[in-house]
Structure formats: C-alpha cells, structure tokens
Ligand binder design. Structure first.
Ligand code: ATP
Ligand code: MG
Length: 650
C-alpha cells in the first residue's frame, strides 16, 4: 500500500457540522486515554440501564487469568434500548426499511411501534418453544426483517443468538447448532438472492439430522415455496404470530451476560465462536455508529453487510437502532438485476450514509461508471468501507465516482472480536489518505510491536505487528466453550496486549495503515513486506481485475512472491502479459517486490463474506495442497480445484 502524498481534508462545512472536528477529536482522545474510567462512565449513559452501574472497567490481560468486564454490576436489556426507549419520541418513525432482492417487489417500512410488536410476538413464540434466559438460538435466515425481530426477540428474553449466514451449507449450520447446543433454529422456507433462491429449510432439515432430536425449528415464510415438514419439530412462524401477544417485558440482563455468539469468517483457520456481552457492546456499537458515520437524527443509514457478519450485527441492527436511526436491510446482491442496484437503492431511499466492503467496490468499479452515474446520489454524505485493506485505486473510484468528491470515506478497521470500529478516520476531523485506517477510535491504544522481540516500536514511521494495549467496552469476552483458546489466540504471543493478528505501519504523521494479516507478511531476501502491497500494485494495472499474493519457499530468497491474478474480462493470459505485470510491479514498488510466479486464476477462493482465503492459496503455492484445512466457509469450493490443477510450483 503506497502512501500517496495526496490527502483529503474534510470540507469546511463537514468540519463545522460534524459531531467531532479535529480539535474535539484530539481533546476527547486524550481524555479517553488519560482516564478511561471517567470517559467510559460518561459514555455508559448512552444506553438506558435498569440498574445503574457503579463499576466501569475491570480488566486483566494476564495469561492464565484473562478477564474482561465492563459496567459489570449494571443491568439492561438490548432490545429495550433498540426499541422501547424510542417509542414515545419516534414510535411512528421508520426503524427498518426492507429492500427485497427483486426490485419489483415493494419495499417495507417498519416503524418503531411495529418493530416493538413484532419483536414481542417473536419473543413470546420463542418462550412457548421453551427458550429461556441463557439458552442459545441459531438464526439461519435471509436478510428479511424477521432476522432483526429474531435477534431482538432473543435479546429481549435473555437468550443468546448465534447467526449463521444463509449462504452456509448444512454441515456448517450443524456444526454451529451443536457447538452452541442451541434449542431452536429459526429459518425460512427459501432465501431469494440475486434472482436465485436457496432452499434454506431443506438445508436446515439436512443439518438437523446431525443435531439432537430435541432441537426445534421455527420456519418463516419468505417465498411460500415448497418445504417438507416434521411434526413436533417444525413450527410455523406465520401461523403462530397471529395468536402471539404483542407484549413481552424485557428481561433485566447483567451487563456481562452474553448477547450473542458469532463465528469469525475463517480466513485464517478454524472459525472461532466469538462471545459478546450486553452492556459494553451496546455502548460501543452505539457510539461508533454515531461518531464514525457522523450519524444525525433523521438520517437513513445503509450498511450492505449481511446480518450473518459482525458488521450486520453492529451496524445494521444494534448500533443504528440503539441510536433511533432508520436502517436499511437489503436482501439482494450488488449486481442484480444489474450493477446499478446499490445506487438505485441509495436514490430510492435517500440514503445518507453508505457502508460496504472493498470487494463490492472493486467488483462494481470493474463494471464501469455509467451504472453509478445514472442514479441520483446527492443524498449521500458519508461513505464507509470495511473488511479488507482498500487499495487506493478502488478508494479513488469510490471517492470520485460514487461520492462525487463530496463524501468523506471512513475506512474502518475492526474485527468480529472487537465488536465495533477500532481505527478509522472521522468524517469531520481527519484528512483522509486513500488506504489508511488513520486514527484510533476513542479509548483505543494501538501499539506496533517488533514481531519477534515483542518490543514496542516508538516514533514514526514504524512497521510491525498491531496490538492493542488496553481494553474497550466492545471487546469480545471469550470463545464460546473454550476460554483457553481465547487466551492462547489473543493474549499469549504478545503478553499484556490484545493481539489483533494484523500487521500495520504507522507513517511519518502517526497515521495507521493496515498491511494485512501477520501470516501474510513475507520475507524476501531479508526484506519484510505485506502481500497487500504487491496486490495493490497488481490491481492498479488496467488489465488486472483482482490479485492475491502469497509467499512460497524459495531456495535463494528464502521466500518468493507467488501471485494469483484474475484478468479483466476479454484480456488474454499470455507470457508477454506476465512479463508486463512483473515489470509493472518492479516499477510500482521496486525490484525486491518483483513477482516470481504468476498464475492466471479464473477465480479466487473466498469466504462467504468475500475475503480472499490466503491460507489456501499459500498451501497451493507451497505445493502442499493435500491438506487445505477447514474449507467449510468457502463460497465456491470448485475454484480451488482449478488452481491446484494449474499450479506453477511443482
Ligand atoms: P478469521 O479470524 O476466522 O480468520 P477474519 O479475520 O476474516 O476471519 P473478521 O473478523 O470478519 O474475520 O475480519 C477481521 C479482519 O478483516 C481484520 O483482522 C483485518 O485483517 C481485516 N479488515 C477488516 N477491516 C479492515 C480495514 N478497514 N482495513 C484493513 N483490513 C481490514
Ligand atoms: Mg480474524
């Protein structure tokens, strides 16, 4: 990721109107570090408490006795914070806009009052199915309003939800139902997406064959398509909802009672069941949603993620609804019916903040500007990205073509584990640099460590392993059922710190650049470099659509640079082009980054959330493809066969 000289300061108007300008950021950040207890005590008032807390932070990062507690003696209910407390002031305001897969189908506007009734009904149905406080409920639903009702209904009665992305297979679903010993699985008949339909209930049927007989299945009607039915196990949501009461008192939950379990993407290994609790998570989701996106009362907020990812939890449901926002739930994909869909939806619902992933931006950029230009995007005020480092090429396109140069881009770096944003520029405060996550959020103390000595690198510029020195309220508390793995994964390599698994640079100005996962750093003839940098250079070439770079054992250099390259439609994969790309990277970065092997890849192995699974590519590059590890979260397993077949290193 080359650090471009050009920076993009906030407009005078943005700086003047935003919640946080540069001076306020500096003052608030300093205060949050100087006295975290006082800072987070004040922020704790963002949520309504049933019993006020008297304790704020109680954290120990010592290996063997890691504990993370925030607001521990307070009680609250997440669903009451997302719904009930808004009823008086904004009962008739739209809470959720549901935009269906098929644009011909009507959008739905669900008010806070309706959200209250639906959530209470769902909560009462779950109670009737025997779900009580502390029980686990697996949600395996399309992006329909019932997914939000289900989350909030669980929260209301103190059940712990675990959402499994609707694109996952029966095996992945069964593993997660069994892993959490769930009592109920909530699913739908079918899941429309991109003009096609997945038989969700059939998948659930297959999964449940591998689960305990006592697990019940609550089925929401989405398409009315055919399903099989197991009497005594399956329950019809649409029938039950008719008779269910629209009143359900929210349970008083301890701040440290689990709100949800969510598995990580599995980019680096076996997915981990991340546990988030109630109080700290709600405070952090609400605060980051408001400040990062400069959310204001009346704004329409759209995060295009699926609720199956943490981004959907924090920035479709909990953050926006805690803030009384209007949040969009989009069932479809960016390219259906065509590549204009995102922009059509922005125009239709007058979206103010738009939040998506670099993979979507790159895909849409490849389709050309016309799809964007035919929509009226004048309502947009802030743009955001999450999930991967964004290459400057894509950043510039997002900024110029989508944002018309008017909208700050918040490049939010965070993880399933962190509950909310840890680093991001703020729209009214920071002069953005394309590809940089810029600054820590309030209370976050990033440190850059030398990877082997674990020594803290002071001054600027520096590059190393990214750790966080202290806790924040949205931090995960444990791995479900495996606290030892939690400690080992995050607190053992660099004692005293939370280890993020990511590498980063801090530049001359003290701004942060995520260089990718530490596993993705390669050492070529003694030079350490992030593979993201080489990828970024490759993608900047006009003929390259996508690229993934990994290291492989090299006799002379120690590690060589192995590139998987997907060409733009219509481009011929020739040896001349290989040479051209090699020279291109040499001039873009330097001779040291010169690719050793370039394999043409018709597709790259990706997780369902669109992230490239480099650990699989690494195995193939190392010519060690017999054991690829956990591939259950791959979106399309068939691309792997082609890559193995045509591997360059034999
Ligand atoms: P697993 O932990 O199972 O391997 P994962 O890390 O992909 O999967 P997530 O929690 O969904 O699971 O992703 C978090 C990771 O995504 C971060 O650690 C980082 O590597 C990457 N990431 C997220 N946002 C950004 C960003 N704005 N810039 C750079 N990298 C990002
Ligand atoms: Mg991770």
């Amino acid at each position: 990721m080359s650090q471009t000289a050009k920076t993009y300061p906030p407009s005078a108007e943005m700086a003047a109107s935003a919640h946080v300008d540069a001076a306020k950021y500096d003052a608030m950040y300093a205060a949050s570090i100087a006295d975290p207890d006082a800072f987070w005590k004040e922020q704790g008032a963002r949520v309504d408490w049933m019993t006020p807390f008297t304790q704020v932070k109680d954290v120990d990062y010592t290996l063997g006795s890691v504990k993370i507690n925030w607001y521990a003696d307070g009680t609250l209910n997440a669903s009451a914070n997302c719904i009930d407390r808004h009823l008086e002031k904004r009962g008739d305001q739209t809470a959720i806009i549901f935009e269906p897969d098929n644009p011909e189908e009507d959008a739905q506007h669900i008010t806070y009052k309706e959200l209250h009734a639906k959530t209470c009904k769902m909560a009462n149905i779950l109670k009737d199915l025997g779900v009580t406080r502390g029980d686990r409920v697996v949600i395996y639903l399309p992006m329909i309003p019932e997914a939000a009702y289900a989350m909030l209904a669980c929260a209301r009665i103190g059940a712990i939800h675990s959402i499994v992305f609707a694109g996952f297979s029966p095996d992945a679903l069964a593993a997660r139902v069994n892993g959490s010993e769930a009592k109920v699985v909530i699913t739908a008949d079918h899941a429309p997406r991109g003009g096609r339909s997945t038989p969700l209930k059939t998948n659930a049927d297959q999964a449940l064959l591998h689960c305990d007989d006592s697990v019940k299945c609550l089925v929401v009607k989405r398409t009315g398509g055919q399903t099989t039915w197991v009497d005594g196990r399956d329950f019809d949501y649409n029938a039950l909802v008719e008779g269910a009461s629209a009143d359900c008192a929210p349970e008083a939950m301890g701040a440290e009672d689990p709100l949800f379990i969510l598995y990580t993407s599995g980019s680096t290994g076996q997915p981990k069941g991340v546990v988030h609790t109630t109080g700290g998570y709600m405070v952090y989701a609400s605060m980051t949603h408001e400040i990062t996106f400069d959310y204001k009362d009346g704004d329409v907020f759209w995060c295009t993620a699926d609720v199956g990812w943490v981004t959907g939890h924090s920035y479709i449901v909990y953050g926006p609804l805690a803030n009384g926002a209007t949040t969009i739930m989009f069932e479809g994909v960016p390219t259906f019916p065509d590549a204009s869909r995102f922009w059509q939806v922005c125009e239709k619902h007058k979206v103010n903040q738009f939040y998506t992933a670099p993979t979507a931006i790159r895909a849409l950029m490849g389709k050309g500007d016309d799809f964007v230009k035919k929509a009226d995007l004048s309502s947009l005020r802030v743009l955001g990205t999450v999930g991967e480092p964004i290459n400057p090429e894509a950043w510039n396109w997002y900024n110029d073509v989508v944002g018309g140069g008017r909208c700050p881009i918040v490049d939010t770096w965070w993880q399933t584990e962190t509950g909310g944003h840890l680093m991001t520029p703020l729209p009214g405060a920071h002069a953005m640099k394309p590809g940089s996550a810029m600054k820590p959020f309030f209370g976050i103390q990033p440190v850059v460590l030398e990877p082997t000595s674990a020594e803290q690198l002071e001054g600027n510029p520096v590059e190393g392993v990214l750790c966080i020195a202290d806790s924040w309220p949205g931090q995960m508390r444990t791995i479900w059922g495996d606290h030892e793995r939690f400690e080992k994964t995050y607190f053992s390599d660099y004692p005293g710190y939370y280890f993020t698994g990511d590498g980063c640079k801090r530049d001359e100005d003290g701004d942060y650049w995520i260089t990718g996962r530490v596993d993705d750093v390669i050492n070529v003839s003694g030079h350490r470099m992030g593979t993201a940098e080489v990828e970024s250079a490759l993608v900047a070439h006009a003929k390259v659509a996508e690229a993934a770079v990994v290291g492989y054992p090299h006799e002379i250099k120690g590690q060589g640079i192995y590139c998987y390259v997907t060409l733009m439609g219509g481009e011929e994969p020739t040896d001349e082009l290989r040479l051209e790309l090699r020279n291109w990277v040499r001039t873009e970065i330097g001779p040291i980054a010169s690719p050793d092997l370039i394999q043409w890849a018709p597709g790259l192995p990706k997780t369902r959330s669109g992230k490239i699974m480099r650990r699989i590519l690494r195995k193939i590059a190392e010519n060690d493809h017999s054991t690829l590890g956990d591939t259950s979260t791959l979106a399309d397993p068939s691309v792997v066969d082609d890559l193995i077949e045509n591997r360059m290193n034999r």
